[in-house]
Design a protein around this ligand. Structure first.
Ligand code: EPZ
Length: 442
């Protein structure tokens, strides 16, 4: 196992390039199953979950791999962030030992049914943050003609040919919307998805599918219209930047009282996060940037974050997009721990997404939990301590706390962190953090 050792108290200053979005890249990579011919994905982040997705595609008969080994150059290496995938001979089974490490594997259900009329996908277990059921995915696919049975922990789905349907989700599920977008792209007739998720990553998937010849409209709204086509053809596609990685580095600037320029920063999709950080005393400068590889929607774009005085507390309540993102809740909790005053955090998306709280309290935070609500009383300082990561965003929260704490923090089990953050210690060290990765024999 590995850990991060952080000596806190340094104000971060400098420029960080935001990587491609994990939560856009995963469904977009897996939708290669739908496509005839090679696909080239640009700006793919080098993450554990992406390696898992490439392995899953290999197993399913659609080999996928990064085009060139990532060079160790500190500069962005386009070759090392390009993935090429192409369907050879599709197979229907996504095995448990792989699905259990990445529940987003369930996103192969729609594409396999659309291409093969058969899918055998291990039921994704729950994870640290909740049970994570997929009944909304299955109910919607049944409306399109699929039949499912559960056998020895596997979902087995069959269909003759998926047909269009008018579907309304009980909840705007991100994964459910993505599975149905992919399935409907090759179905007979028109599908309407109502109460669909509006997350930018869902829109990025829809844009990719359209680039391959799909006919999707209503992108970005809560009602998506998909006119099924006979086939999708390969193309090259640029993955959008990661808004949650960007938000995490914004929080790093704020919690250390530093100033960071974030290149390729999707500020439009972070408006609720930016508003809340401004309430807490952060200052933002959004500028066109001159570097060639920073972009958002094709336009050069950078955001500079700094603090205008001490952190002031605020209240957050997580909601589906365009509400405040649940994936930024833990990072905000770390900031609020050191803010003046008290604030409340309502977690409305996942039933167990407060695993970072006991660890933050061990560092001297004063956070009290009651069901889906946390009350954070700001304290003057946090003290470094050995802490345990439990899930991806909880790990990020502990790193942020360690950057601001007095003394040394050891964040253990950072394989959680590596799922969603590309070389985070290198990026933070480059802007002044005292942070190293070390073996953890504890
Ligand atoms: C995606 O998960 C993201 N993962 C999550 O990011 C993110 O937190 C979440 O959307 C919400 O924004 C990826 O994109 C790979 P949901 P997903 O389906 O698709 C319940 C991260 O840190 N639900 O919108 O699983 C579910 O249990 C990860 O990057 C059902 O009850 O999110 C959860 O409580 C964590 N039944 C809520 O809805 C269903 O059939 C949101 O789930 C589907 C979902």
């Amino acid at each position: 196992m590995e850990k991060l050792i952080i000596h806190g108290g340094k104000r971060l200053r400098g420029r960080i390039r935001v990587s491609g979005s994990k939560n856009a890249a995963l469904p977009i990579l897996l939708s290669a199953i739908l496509v005839d011919g090679p696909v080239r994905y640009l700006n793919v982040p080098r993450l554990r979950d992406i390696n898992t997705a490439n392995r899953l595609l290999d197993i399913l008969g659609c080999p996928a791999a990064f085009e060139a080994p990532a060079s160790d150059a500190s500069e962005y290496d386009p070759g090392g962030h390009t993935v090429r995938a192409e369907v050879q001979e599709l197979k229907p089974e996504a095995p448990y030992d792989l699905v259990k490490t990445m529940r987003a594997s369930v996103l192969v259900l729609g594409p396999l049914l659309a291409r093969l009329g058969l899918a055998k996908v291990a039921l994704p277990g729950g994870c640290a943050i909740g049970a994570r059921p997929v009944e909304l995915h299955l109910k919607a696919l049944e409306r399109m003609g699929a039949e499912f049975k559960l056998d020895s922990g596997y979902i087995i789905g069959r269909c003759k040919k998926l047909h269009g349907a008018d579907i309304s989700f009980d909840f705007p599920t991100v994964g459910g919307t993505e599975n149905l977008l992919m399935a409907a792209s090759l179905a007979d007739g028109e599908t309407i998805l109502r109460n669909a998720a509006r997350e930018p990553e869902v829109s990025d998937l829809a844009h990719f599918l359209n680039a391959c010849g799909a006919r999707i409209s209503g992108i970005g709204s809560d009602t998506l219209y998909i006119e099924g086509v006979d086939k999708l053809s390969g193309c090259s596609y640029l993955i959008m930047p990661d808004r949650i990685e960007a938000g995490t580095f914004m929080a790093a600037a704020a919690i250390t009282g530093g100033e960071l320029e974030l290149e390729s920063c999707p500020s439009e999709s972070l408006s609720k996060v930016i508003d809340k950080m401004e309430d807490m005393g952060a200052r933002f400068k959004i500028a066109e940037s001159d570097t060639d590889h920073s972009f958002v929607d094709g336009r050069p774009h950078s955001v500079t974050v700094s603090m205008d005085g001490p952190l002031k507390s605020s209240d957050i309540s997580t909601a589906p997009y365009p509400g405040f993102p649940t994936d930024m809740q833990a990072q905000f909790m770390a900031m609020m721990s050191l803010a003046r005053g008290s604030g409340t955090v309502e977690e409305n998306i996942f039933e167990n997404r407060f695993m970072h709280v006991p660890e933050l309290n061990r560092m001297g935070a004063d956070i009290r939990l009651s069901g889906s609500r946390a009350v954070v009383h700001g304290v003057k300082k946090l003290t470094g301590a050995p802490v345990m990561a439990s899930d991806l965003r909880a790990s990020a929260s502990l790193v942020l706390a360690g950057l601001a704490a007095k003394g040394e923090t050891h964040v253990q089990r950072i394989y959680h962190l590596d799922r969603g953050y590309e070389r985070i210690e290198n990026k933070l060290r480059a802007v002044g953090a005292e942070i190293v990765r070390a073996r953890d024999d504890s």
